[in-house]
Each structure stands twice: as C-alpha cells, then as structure tokens.
Design a protein around this ligand. Structure first.
Ligand code: ZN
Ligand code: ZN
Length: 349
C-alpha cells in the first residue's frame, strides 16, 4: 500500500514527540501490514518520550514509538501463509530470530538477536504498522479491540504471577502501576486467596482495589511487613510479585515473604540494588525469578482466554481511552503516574 499516515514520531534526540504525516511502511515478503485500531502506551514509550539514558543509547531518530496494539490485516507479503486480509490481530513485540540457543530451547523471549517493535523498528503509534508474520497473533473476536491492545503487558503480568502457581496462596504485589493492576486481576483469577498490594500512590491503590485486591497498603502510612504478618497469622505471604523497581519495596517484599516462599521480579530498578543475600534470601530459602517479556505464545493463549471469558475484566486498569489526536493528554498522565493503561483509538475515531 502506498500513501501517507499519521504517526507519533520522535523526531529529534530530545524530550517530546509529534503527531505528523509519514509514509505508510512497505512490507517485506514475510511481513503483514496492519491497520491499527487501538494502541496503548507502555512505560517503554514514556522512556522514549522523556528521552532517558536508556532511550538515548538505544533509539535512532526519527522513530515511530509504540508497540502494544490491535488492528486488522490489510496486506500480506508473498510468503505469508497464516494470515489474510481482514484478520483481527495483535503482535508479540519481541521479534525473535528463531535460530539462536535461546530460541531453540524454549526461551525466544530472551533471544540473542532480539529486535523490539517500536524500539528497534517502527512502532504502533501510527495508522499502519509492518509486522513479521512469525510474531503476529490472531485475536479472539470475543475480545473488545481496546482490550486486545493491552494483551502484551498483560502477558508480562501473567508470567510474573504464574512463575509458580498462586492457587490457594497468599500474595503481596509491590507496585500497582499499569502492569501491577493487571496482575491483581490475574492473581485473583488463578486462585490467590489473600491479595495484598502496596504502592505509594492512593490513586493506584484505589484501582488495585477495584481489580480485586483484598488489602491495599501505602508504605507512607502503613508498616507493610507488620500488616501482612498480622493478617496472615504471623506467617507472611507465600508469594511476592515485585512490580515497582524500588529497592525499598524489594526489601519490604522480602521481609513480608514467608521462609520457603517465592518472589518474582518484573519492576526494573534504575540503579544496582544491595541485598543481604544471606539473611534475606538464602537462609529463608526464597526462590527468586526474573521475568522479562512473555513466553511466546503460550502466554498469549492464556491472556486471550482470560479476556474472552471475562475471567479478568481489565476495565478499572484502563483509565484513559483517548482519540489518537489526544495522545499528549495520555502521555502526560503516564509521565505523572496518574493513569493505568492509556489506550489510543486510532481507526474509526
Ligand atoms: Zn509494553
Ligand atoms: Zn533467537
């Protein structure tokens, strides 16, 4: 397809971005052109927008941001076999090579030759995107298009929750940002019996509550460890899901975690963290999991079923649904931390 489209472009290596007209991308033989219905803003997009140190080292301008989306196929490359025009799709954002050690041993989410959509190639804050067929995902038509655009971050939440089963377990989620909020609904759906959430922001705690949290705690006014202990008969929680990247929260989580428990780490600290491994981890026999990306595609299958069945209703976590032109409002809310998922309506607005 030829012509032009609207896209949010990081034009220069500095803070900011602009909604401008650019060419519709051309597709390679193994790619599909998707007309985007909805795209949602991720923390990664905020980093690119703010132009932090990571973005300065990784992003080449001009660059189209965004990677979480849903849309419809409008064109397929010559070698594409699994998709046709009109298919309702989203995309895994980790474009794996398929032949390195990790890809061959079931860990394509940490492929050695990973390319990330909207980071290493043109992204989804645009009317059209070109995506390789191997990372494209056919959406269940029972899933509303706005919800379908948040399956990617929901996948991060799912893999963090399910590194081990939470069925019948007590769980503490430290950090109720957009992914933490989604993790609340997922942990409940998978059978967590008592769910604590801690965050500094009351706004986020209120959403966590609406997503199903039993007890919400602010480290500004509550002694997280003491409350968790008191409400778990002195035992502490079985599972901690760390979603804040805060060193303080990591220590609080480990303190509230029962010996023999499990901690999954998804939040990214921006500095090295100091742990007393002997006392906080080893003597307590804590199992620690690092989580990045999602299992491709088992995670997508599960997330899709959770949404299609309404077993998880993400409505409270989708705090903003805005027209494409109003993207700045959504980006400002993300920067200020006064949002859950911000979803932009791109087609049919
Ligand atoms: Zn994302
Ligand atoms: Zn690979």
């Amino acid at each position: 397809m030829t012509g032009t489209m609207l896209a949010i472009v990081k034009e220069r290596p500095e803070r900011g971005a602009s909604l401008v007209r650019v060419d519709i991308p051309a597709i390679a033989d193994d790619e599909v052109l998707v007309k985007i219905d909805y795209a949602s803003i991720c923390g990664t997009d905020v980093h690119i927008y703010l132009w932090n140190e990571w973005a300065q080292n990784r992003i080449k301008t001009p660059h189209i941001m965004g990677h979480e989306f849903s849309g419809h196929v409008v064109e397929t490359g010559r070698s594409v076999r699994g998709f046709k025009e009109g298919d309702f799709v989203s995309s895994e954002t980790h474009i794996y090579c398929g032949h390195c050690y990790q890809c061959l041993t079931g860990h394509s989410e940490v492929c050695q030759n990973l390319q990330i959509l909207g980071v290493d190639r043109a992204g989804a804050f645009a009317e059209y995107i070109a995506v390789p067929e191997r990372v494209l995902w056919k959406n269940d038509p029972l899933i509303p298009a706005a919800w379908a655009s948040i399956q990617e971050p929901m996948g991060n939440a799912l893999d963090t929750v399910n590194a081990e089963s939470v069925a019948g377990k007590t769980v503490l989620i430290t950090g109720a940002g957009p992914i933490g909020m989604l993790a609340v609904g997922i942990a409940k759906a998978f059978g967590a019996t008592q769910l604590f959430v801690s965050d500094l922001s009351q706004y986020r705690l209120d959403i966590a509550k609406r997503m199903g949290a039993d007890t919400v705690l602010s480290p500004l006014r509550d002694d997280v460890e003491a409350v968790v202990r008191e409400q778990t008969h002195g035992v502490g929680v079985d599972v901690v899901l760390e979603m804040s990247g805060s060193e303080k929260a990591i220590h609080q989580g480990l303190a509230a975690l029962t010996p023999g428990g499990r901690m999954s780490l998804l939040g990214l600290p921006d500095q090295p963290v100091t742990l007393d491994l002997t006392n906080e981890v080893i003597f307590k026999e804590i199992r620690v999991y690092g989580v990045t990306g999602r299992k491709i595609f088992p995670t997508w299958e599960t997330v899709s079923r959770l949404l299609a069945s309404r077993l998880v209703d993400p409505t409270p976590a989708i705090t903003h649904q805005l027209k494409f032109e109003d993207w700045q409002t959504g980006m400002d809310a993300m920067v200020a931390g006064t949002s859950g998922k911000v979803v932009l309506q791109i087609a049919g607005r």
